[in-house]
Design a protein around this ligand. Structure first.
Ligand SMILES: Cc1cc2nc3c(=O)[nH]c(=O)nc-3n(C[C@H](O)[C@H](O)[C@H](O)COP(=O)(O)O)c2cc1C
Length: 167
């Protein structure tokens, strides 16, 4: 099955710790993402401290799964001059690469939305001491999945148009 179809949001994890080499592979994949002007407007904080993960789980009501993992990656969007308007899209590509490489390695993941919601951004900046015009873009909880999830195909031909939208 294609890697793309295998990827699903995983929110229930086992206690097994992810090996450091695998986290390195995931970070390398993140930095292979395409970016406008190849500006690479990113840095990454790897969080494996229990107390910090618990605090991050309070960033929003939909970040609770950080309580169930031993490790998370927080991509930071950093100031760039080359193509700042496209930096958000670059960050989404990097986040997706993290999810796909995790899937490739048999690791479960879920993308937790952060940027540009002030409440979430401010909470995470305070917990992780993020300054200097850098901001958390997303959080990715990582761990070994507790169970397999079925793939549901979402293809919908009504969402596809050739050349122009029909009148
Ligand atoms: C920008 C973005 C923000 C998301 N935020 C959250 C979140 O805060 N908490 C969560 O549990 N899932 C979050 N998700 C995961 C989506 O809920 C999930 O991708 C969607 O339901 C489709 O399910 P799948 O990932 O299993 O295919 C987010 C996904 C994206 C792309």
């Amino acid at each position: 099955m294609s890697l793309l179809l295998e990827r699903k949001s995983v929110r229930q994890f086992t206690d097994k710790v992810i090996e450091k080499e695998l986290i390195d592979k995931i970070l390398k994949s993140a930095m292979q993402a395409p970016s406008a002007h190849n500006q690479q407007p990113w840095e990454f904080i790897v969080v494996d401290n229990r107390e910090l993960l618990d605090k991050l789980s309070l960033a929003s009501t939909s970040a609770w799964m950080l309580k169930n993992v031993n490790i998370a990656i927080v991509p930071l969007i950093i100031p760039t001059e080359a193509s700042p308007h496209f930096a958000v899209q670059d960050m989404a590509a990097a986040t997706q690469n993290i999810l796909l490489e995790a899937t490739n390695l048999g690791i479960g993941s879920v993308w937790i939305g952060v940027y540009p919601l002030d409440e979430r951004v401010n909470h995470i900046e305070e917990v992780l001491n993020i300054t200097g015009g850098k901001h958390p873009f997303s959080m990715i909880a990582l761990g070994y999945p507790q169970y397999d999830k079925e793939t549901k195909i979402r293809y919908n031909s009504k969402r596809v148009h050739y050349n122009k939208l029909e009148e």
